[in-house]
Design a protein around this ligand. Structure first.
Ligand SMILES: Cc1ncc(C[n+]2csc(CCOP(=O)(O)OP(=O)(O)O)c2C)c(N)n1
Ligand code: SF4
Length: 315
């Protein structure tokens, strides 16, 4: 059945800010389709964004939303998830916002494997502010800050995220919305940190300056950099130079997730505190001892553990 997108949108905020031919609307559509297929209620969803064209999405979706500051969306989202582990927490934003300015937060969210999903719209440029080059602008491409073409090397965001410890990493393309919806859905359902990087056109501030033609031609140009993971397996390292592989690039179901590890720690710490409080009062029962192992007690007692343990051994 066709998805009723309007139920997920703040229709009073229409029309959208995005230019004709911008990929942001396609990515939003794929994302809402994925949410609809998962059957999540709006009240269980929280979306955080920073600043930029892509980040404007928090004005349009009818979830709990936070439109925060440039580069800090991932840090805010981690805070939301830690305080509301029962909510589905997502970040939407551009390459400038999430990788170039907010890269440090991205790295640490990957490392912690905290259960949030980042949809990174990589349009190779700072779109909102007129087309300054970012850390993903292809070498040689023109930008307002690189009128003769940028000469800096780029970051492969997915490789960086895998290296930093992210549990689920995928790359999709706004020109292939069916596959993109599947990648986003899998990332949303993954229990841990998921990053979906989406190659998506900015015809105004990237395409026009680089004389790449209309939005459809820009899509074709972006596509020429992409190779599916199935095809990539048959290609040599030399052939893959300058290409970006699409599909699920990494998925690790065995990695501990941060809010769950934290919940377990709190539970054990409470049992330990209760144990020692009762120990001090002399009211410890066998049932209390069964709640926590001796090794856990040793690890969690924050002070001088040896004295009480010596006493305990005598019990
Ligand atoms: C601290 C700070 N620095 C700079 C800006 C100006 N600024 C607003 S949006 C933006 C670029 C966003 O680019 P990107 O994240 O790639 O998103 P896009 O607009 O391309 O979707 C910049 C530099 C700001 N708002 N705050
Ligand atoms: S400037 Fe580029 S990224 Fe921003 S809305 Fe227009 S086409 Fe999209």
């Amino acid at each position: 059945m066709a998805v009723d997108y309007t139920k997920y949108l703040r229709m009073e905020k229409m029309p959208l800010y995005w230019c004709p031919g911008c990929g942001d609307g396609i990515v939003l559509k794929c994302y809402l389709e994925a949410i609809d297929e998962l059957g999540w209620s709006k009240d269980d969803c929280a979306m955080v964004s920073g600043i930029g064209c892509a980040a404007r999405v928090t004005g349009y979706v009818d979830f709990h939303t936070l439109h925060t500051i440039h580069g800090r969306a991932v840090a805010v989202a981690v805070g939301v998830k830690m305080s509301h582990p029962d909510k589905h927490v997502f970040v939407f934003g551009g390459d400038g916002d999430i990788v170039h300015i907010g890269g440090n937060h991205l790295l640490h969210a990957c490392r912690r494997n905290v259960d949030i999903t980042v949809v990174l719209i990589n349009n190779w440029i700072y779109g909102m502010t007129g087309g300054q080059h970012s850390c993903t602008t292809p070498p040689g491409a023109k930008a307002s800050t690189a009128p003769r073409g940028t000469f800096e090397p780029t970051i492969d965001v997915c490789k960086m995220a895998i290296g930093a410890g992210a549990g689920y990493v995928a790359r999709g393309f706004a020109g292939d919305p069916v596959r993109l919806t599947k990648l986003i859905k899998e990332g949303l359902a993954y229990k841990g940190f998921s990053l979906i990087e989406v190659f998506s056109p900015c015809p105004i501030n990237f395409g026009r300056r680089n004389k790449l033609g209309d939005p459809a031609k820009l899509m074709d140009y972006m596509k020429s950099f992409l190779v599916s993971s199935a095809k990539a397996k048959k290609m040599s390292e030399e052939e893959l130079k300058g290409k970006f592989v699409t599909g699920v690039l990494h998925k690790d179901e065995s990695k501990p997730e941060l809010t769950e590890s934290y919940r377990q720690l709190v539970e054990k710490a409470q049992a330990s505190d209760e144990y020692w409080a009762k120990y001090a009062k002399g009211t410890l029962t066998d049932a209390d001892k069964d709640k926590i192992t001796r090794e856990e007690l040793k690890g969690l007692y924050p002070y001088d553990v040896e004295t009480p343990l010596k006493e305990w051994k005598k019990l």
